[in-house]
Design a protein around this ligand. Structure first.
Ligand SMILES: [Zn+2]
Length: 470
């Protein structure tokens, strides 16, 4: 009965919200607080209302298809999928079926394994069904049409993933690519996936509508264990659809899945067919921004980082950008080490979201400069970064308030002056020619480097002394 050799086979259908300002087929806002405040006849599904395609959403989906190395169709169109639930009041969803935007792409995991992408297409999100807590939830349910018509890009994989950890790795790679393309926001956008799982060649089970990367990993871990357990006890795995309950961390059977035929797709005749020339598609590919694999290579080349560190930095869009900013002001290798070890340790330990922290690179640069001048210990630097990330306390304030920095000796100031003079030869030459502005510039650099309450006059005197001596 069981075929051990097939192992675990997982395929994902990911629905990712594109971060456009307006919805897919109307001009309603995608971000709104008050329920049912961002809707119109189109996204409410009123008879006679006509959809108009959001050009930006199309552009974003094309970028996704290109970045996932898909074949992009020169001609594609939209279809109506029969959908009879209260969250889609026009009783059909506008999606793509027969010819999607992109076909046959791939995503490379951190291990180097290639996961095949079956298709990439664009579709509208249904409304949100809200089960109010504290009310008789079984009696009624509220519908918020603010969500109705939000643009989603659907990314479907082949069943190439062989563990829940691999599925998580895939989603990490995917969201990194989407962040680099600037088409997805982890803070305001949603990511949901339907997860298809089968073990040892037995029947396939679909766990529907799982939210978030962590959710997918957890749901799959439970489902794989459940199926293996059934087989161990000589029980059959029933083909069907299940729902994941985050509270109990279990999956339970829901309605049997309709087949694609049941959806009765018909062509959406209110939207025109979209055409692209070969040249336009080629141009699209050439205009893709630098993605994480290329960025990691650049970090290795430009900053002599090791491969592991470069990948850790580049695989996180926000972390990579933070590093590039900080590397301008500090020693890059030291900055890379501090960010990947100390900073990310705090992020992971406290389960923080780097995007929503909105860290100021200048604050971290200051901390690293004072650390490299050895006026604070590594222990103090670690404490300062913990305070910054978890409480928002600026590192320099943390150090000053706690009196944690050693005072500068005269030798320290002299060293700083020497460093600044050697790094700013043009300004030194200008000053020698009597350009007063250069003096202010150099003093400023020394003050920034030392971050200490040094009298500017002392610094000025030292600069003159060095220049005359040199
Ligand atoms: Zn609308």
């Amino acid at each position: 009965m069981s075929k051990e050799k097939d192992g675990v086979m997982i395929g994902l259908e990911c629905h990712v919200q594109l971060n456009t300002e307006t919805k897919l087929f109307c001009g309603c806002r995608t971000q709104a607080e008050e329920p049912n405040s961002a809707c119109c006849p189109v996204c409410l599904g009123h008879p006679g209302s006509k959809p108009v395609l959001n050009a930006k959403a199309l552009d974003y989906a094309l970028k996704v298809a290109a970045a996932l190395h898909c074949e992009i169709n020169k001609e594609f169109f939209f279809s109506r999928k029969t959908y009879f639930y209260p969250d889609m009041s026009k009783n059909f969803q506008i999606t793509q079926y027969e010819i999607p935007i992109g076909l046959e792409g791939q995503v490379v995991l951190s291990t180097g394994k290639k996961i095949r992408i079956t298709r990439v297409h664009l579709e509208e999100d249904p409304a949100a069904l809200v089960h109010e807590a504290g009310m008789a939830a079984s009696n009624f349910c509220l519908v918020d049409y603010n969500r109705s018509g939000i643009p989603l890009v659907e990314i479907v994989t082949e069943p190439d993933l062989s563990s829940p950890q691999e599925a998580r790795d895939f989603l990490d790679q995917l969201t990194t690519i989407l962040s680099y393309l600037k088409v997805y926001s982890a803070t305001t956008g949603t990511l949901k996936a339907d997860c298809n799982v089968s073990v040892y060649g037995n029947s396939r089970v679909e766990v529907k509508n799982v939210t978030g990367k962590k959710g997918v990993e957890k749901a799959l871990s439970f489902e794989v264990a459940r199926q293996k357990n059934l087989l161990l006890n000589d029980k059959k795995i029933v083909r069907g659809t299940r729902a994941f309950d985050e509270k109990t961390m279990t999956t339970k059977a829901t309605r049997t899945k309709e087949t694609e035929d049941d959806y009765g797709y018909i062509v959406e005749s209110d939207l025109t067919t979209i055409h692209f020339s070969k040249e336009e598609i080629k141009k699209m590919r050439e205009n893709l921004p630098e993605l994480h694999a290329a960025k990691a290579k650049r970090f290795i080349k430009d900053f002599s980082l090791d491969e592991y560190t470069a990948n850790v930095l580049a695989n996180n869009f926000t972390l990579g950008n933070l590093f590039e900013e900080i590397a301008k002001e500090t020693e890059p290798k030291m900055a890379a080490k501090f960010l990947t070890r100390e900073l990310m340790a705090v992020v992971n330990r406290s389960d923080l979201d780097l995007d929503s922290l909105q860290l100021n690179p200048e604050e971290i640069s200051s901390l690293l400069r004072i650390l490299s001048s050895q006026r604070i210990t590594e222990k103090v630097a670690k404490e300062a970064i913990i305070a910054y990330l978890t409480k928002g306390t600026k590192p320099m304030q943390f150090i000053e308030k706690g009196g944690l920095a050693k005072d500068l000796t005269e030798a320290d100031i002299e060293k700083a002056v020497e460093k600044v003079l050697s790094e700013n030869r043009q300004a030194v030459a200008d000053l020698k020619r009597g350009k007063q502005k250069s003096l202010n510039f150099l003093v400023g650099k020394v003050m920034k480097l030392t971050r200490a309450k040094v009298e500017p006059r002392i610094v000025q005197d030292l600069i003159y002394k060095k220049i005359k001596g040199g």
